[in-house]
Write a protein that binds this ligand. Structure first.
Ligand code: AMP
Ligand code: MG
Length: 493
């Protein structure tokens, strides 16, 4: 007697059901010779999916886009966006498909999405493809962010397609399966607002409220409360990026989520030496998306979200504008509160009423002036709490300035009179030892592209436990050596 195989996923696709006008039904291009390169078993478990079933040929066929899983209704999502400040009314998934939504084991709705799955009606001049290196990069950096406690989309799998992709050279092609709270972007609202159907923004906002800010329906003005929720989620998210030295690199409005998750790991990278002007993206000539500009850009992007929602805030434009402005202008304050809270934790300081602004700013100025590695310095401070200054001091070319700063810092710590051991342990839970170091990432991806996944797997093992210092992994804690040169990253890879 044969038993029908249980479907891999139990899809329930509210986006497709509720948001006609914001997608095109589409199918993935076939992958000639799919081969599973990486599978996220922990995430599979969270999704309630059997990892072995995903590894089996039928599972790999789904992850490669060769088979449409039962119950899925794949679509390319439509969105617009401000790219480097200029508005593009029609972007959309040019090389990606939303397979559908599933409820994870905790009942949370999650998008399942393929990236690199072939041209769609939104592909414009693009080939619809993605290469193995950049897809493994998205996998590794997303997992690192998740392990650092930062809201993010995550990769369930990367499958090599067996195809070649033409970039500067020919490269092996890949499809990444992305899992996210949703793929609703600021740019989705911009697309809805720019198109004819007057009900579209309202339907989209109602959908987004139900998915991400359900408490907003209780508010006197639900759409304004929703906007406030997005502003708050982004203030918190960008603060978390700043606290670990993460530079997104392409904060276009189409790459900014409504959920408050980090999305679209293209030209992103982590900063080594602290410098607010740090830029890695090869096309960011003006430093628009530099490390220190990220909070400002987030607020700028949220202004465009507000614009699409104005008619929902109030029938009178003046009243709607005033309300939107109030919420938007609260962004810097909210951001600063999240960031200050995080910085005090990094320094082991109590989160009280005291104003530690000068102490924090002075340390950052010192790191900048002496080009000190951001991650190493904060990690080294817990040793100093326990009495050993050498680890931190040795990072400064001119330690006298650090000594003067650390006298002030230690005076404040002792005035708060907590147990040094407890403070040091708490600091080590927020100051990572290991972040994705650019040279390590590039080495791992070059090896993977050449067929050796060993370095990628070792790197991933390190990155998923960023706070636990482990013997033998010293090299992963080091910034890139000067011989690595100026690091450049790329969009649309
Ligand atoms: P991104 O810079 O990855 O956020 O992409 C910006 C836009 O370009 C989105 O609409 C993408 O779908 C599209 N895009 C990027 N790369 C490709 C590609 N190789 N083929 C088709 N569309 C692409
Ligand atoms: Mg994008």
């Amino acid at each position: 007697m044969s038993v029908a195989a249980r479907p891999l996923f139990a899809f329930d696709s509210s986006y497709v059901r509720e948001l006609g006008g914001l997608y095109e039904p589409w199918q993935a291009a076939p992958a000639p010779a799919p081969r599973l390169l990486a599978l996220n078993e922990e995430l599979a478990t969270q999704l309630g999916v059997d990892a072995d079933a995903l590894r089996a040929p039928d599972g790999v066929a789904v992850l490669a886009g060769n088979a449409t899983p039962d119950g899925a209704s794949p679509v390319a999502q439509a969105y617009a966006g401000h790219q480097f400040g200029a508005f593009s009314p029609s972007l959309g998934d040019g090389r990606a498909l939303l397979l559908g939504e599933v409820l994870d084991v905790r009942g949370r709705r999650r998008d399942l999405h393929l990236k690199g799955s072939g041209r769609t009606p939104f592909a414009r001049g693009g080939d619809g493809k993605a290469a193995v290196g950049p897809m493994l990069r998205e996998y590794a950096i997303g997992e690192a962010m998740h392990a650092l406690g930062i809201p993010t989309s995550r990769a369930l799998a990367v499958v090599a397609t067996g195809d070649q992709v033409a970039r500067e050279t020919m490269l092996p092609g890949a499809v990444l399966t992305r899992v996210a709270a949703s793929h609703l972007r600021v740019g989705t609202f911009q697309y809805a607002a720019a198109h004819a159907d007057p009900t579209l923004v309202r339907r989209l906002a109602d959908h987004a409220i139900a998915r991400h800010h359900p408490q907003a329906v209780e508010a006197e003005n639900p759409y304004l409360a929703f906007f406030e929720g997005v502003v708050d989620a982004q203030a918190s998210l960008v603060a978390r990026w700043m606290l670990v030295g993460f530079i997104h690199g392409v904060m276009n409005t189409d790459n900014m989520t409504i959920s408050g998750e980090t999305i679209d790991y293209g030209p992103c990278a982590f900063m080594d030496a602290f410098d607010p002007y740090t830029v890695f993206s090869s096309i960011d000539y003006g430093g628009r998306y530099a490390y220190g500009n990220q909070p400002h850009i987030a607020q700028w992007n949220l202004g465009w979200l507000a614009e699409t929602l104005l008619p929902l805030f109030h029938v009178e434009t003046e009243t709607a504008l005033a309300a939107a402005k109030d919420v938007l202008q609260a962004f810097p304050g909210r951001y600063h509160e999240y960031w200050g809270h995080g910085m005090r934790a990094k320094l082991g300081l109590a989160d009280g009423q005291r104003d530690d602004g000068a102490l924090i700013d002075d340390l950052l100025a010192l790191l900048h002036a002496q080009r000190v590695d951001f991650t190493s310095c904060f990690r080294a401070l817990s040793s100093w709490v326990l009495g050993d200054a050498t680890r931190a001091r040795s990072l400064f070319a001119e330690p006298a300035a650090f000594d003067a700063w650390s006298d002030r810092w230690r005076a404040q710590l002792s005035s708060e009179a907590h147990d040094p051991q407890a403070i040091a342990e708490a600091m080590d839970q927020v100051n990572p030892v290991y972040i994705p170091r650019n040279h390590q990432v590039e080495e791992a991806l070059a090896a993977a592209t050449a067929g050796d996944l060993g370095p990628f797997r070792r790197l991933l093992d390190v990155l998923v436990q960023p706070f636990d210092e482990r013997p033998g992994l010293e090299a992963y804690a080091e910034p890139s050596p000067p011989s690595f040169g100026v690091y450049r990253t790329f969009c649309g890879t």
